[in-house]
Design a protein around this ligand. Structure first.
Ligand SMILES: Cc1cc2nc3c(=O)[nH]c(=O)nc-3n(C[C@H](O)[C@H](O)[C@H](O)COP(=O)(O)OP(=O)(O)OC[C@H]3O[C@@H](n4cnc5c(N)ncnc54)[C@H](O)[C@@H]3O)c2cc1C
Length: 318
């Protein structure tokens, strides 16, 4: 339902950073609104989380339900629609949501995370979920006892994905466009070397996705032949090629971005280049450690910064 809101702080996103920001913001007694279409963010689809302190071995979805329970207890409203437009006028922020709802706020906290990188190949979108996946942690068990699966990428996520899939499928092809791995953790590379059913194809790119609309992906076309073949039959393809920060809204606002990573630039108080706008979590260049705990911590800090800003804003207008 379309609504009009007037709040102290608008928080965009429904992930770890936003829920933590919402928790602190509500406890600071600010009128708070959280907006975002999808519950839980990347944590909710990340599968088993083993490194969130105090919650050993918890499913990411369940962890995010716990985050939400805490803000529900404070009656923090959540409006399930994405932020599509925002402008700053006379010191306040005027935002529009996808469903047409409007929000006037004194401050804004952006926690909208990152978008998974795609290969940009024909049929990639239509066969997602039909043999193509962007989350090995989520979908690996679907490939139990399958004969072959490919993973594309050269970072930790790709190597971790291949290792996980090696427990389910017979043969895993790990495809990387460069001639060696430089980014994954050394320990992971050591385990990779020792895992016999993973074949690493260096200097190789995926050139085509072959299959049909009914069955989805069946075969991948590769740039450098493997065993004399430039096509490999696969039951599935996992695209673990990294992620890009969602900068459409930050760009509309004119926020400064990190010149190397393209992430929203923040200081240690999660302040962006525009007064009254804060950003937290995977969207930002606050830390290289893109994890649930750091997102939550930055969300909490951004709420304190917003609180200080809103208090000063109100005192100047009294
Ligand atoms: C497969 C996988 C496994 C992982 N495993 C772990 C792990 O074991 N441990 C760990 O600590 N971390 C893990 N991570 C990383 C962790 O999930 C992220 O660091 C964390 O989710 C970042 O939180 P965030 O709130 O910044 O962003 P996100 O969780 O990405 O949340 C962003 C939110 O913003 C919403 N959004 C997007 N656009 C808009 C818009 N325009 N308006 C409003 N809302 C919008 C999204 O729908 C989403 O709800 C994993 C990530 C992945 C992908």
């Amino acid at each position: 339902m379309t609504k009009n809101y007037k709040v102290d702080v608008l928080i965009a996103g429904q992930g770890a950073a936003s829920f933590a920001a919402g928790l602190y913001s509500s406890r600071y007694q600010m009128a708070t609104l959280i907006v975002g279409e999808h519950f839980g963010g990347e944590t909710a689809i990340g599968g088993l989380i083993e490194n969130y302190p105090g919650q050993p071995d918890i499913d990411g979805f369940d962890l995010m339900l716990k985050f939400k329970e805490q803000i529900d207890n404070l009656n923090t409203p959540i409006h399930a629609s994405n932020l599509v437009d925002v402008e700053k006028k006379s010191g306040k922020f005027y935002s529009v949501l996808e469903d047409g709802s409007k929000v006037e706020s004194i401050s804004l906290i952006l926690c909208i995370g990152r978008e998974r990188r795609k290969l940009g190949l024909e049929n990639e979108e239509s066969w997602t979920g039909k043999g193509i996946s962007y989350c090995s942690t989520c979908d690996a068990p679907l490939y139990k006892n399958k004969s072959s699966v490919a993973v594309v990428g050269g970072g930790n996520a790709a190597v971790e994905g291949a290792l996980l899939l090696s427990k389910y499928a017979e043969t895993i092809y790990l495809i990387y466009r460069k001639n060696k791995f430089t980014r994954p953790e050394p320990l992971l590379l050591k385990i990779l070397e020792q895992t016999e059913n993973i074949k690493v194809l260096f200097d190789t790119e995926i050139k085509s996705l072959i299959g049909d609309d009914l069955a989805g992906l069946r075969t991948i076309g590769i740039s450098k032949p493997w065993d004399g073949n430039s096509e490999i039959n696969v039951d599935g393809l996992f695209i673990e090629a990294g992620a890009d920060p969602r900068i459409e809204i930050p760009k509309k606002l004119g926020l400064e971005l990190n010149s190397i990573s393209n992430e929203v630039h923040v200081d240690i108080a999660q302040k962006t280049s525009i007064e009254g706008v804060y950003a937290a979590g995977d969207l930002t260049d606050g830390t290289d450690l893109k994890q649930t705990i750091t997102a939550a911590s930055q969300g909490a800090i951004s709420a304190l910064s917003a609180y200080q800003y809103v208090s000063e804003f109100n005192s100047l207008r009294q």
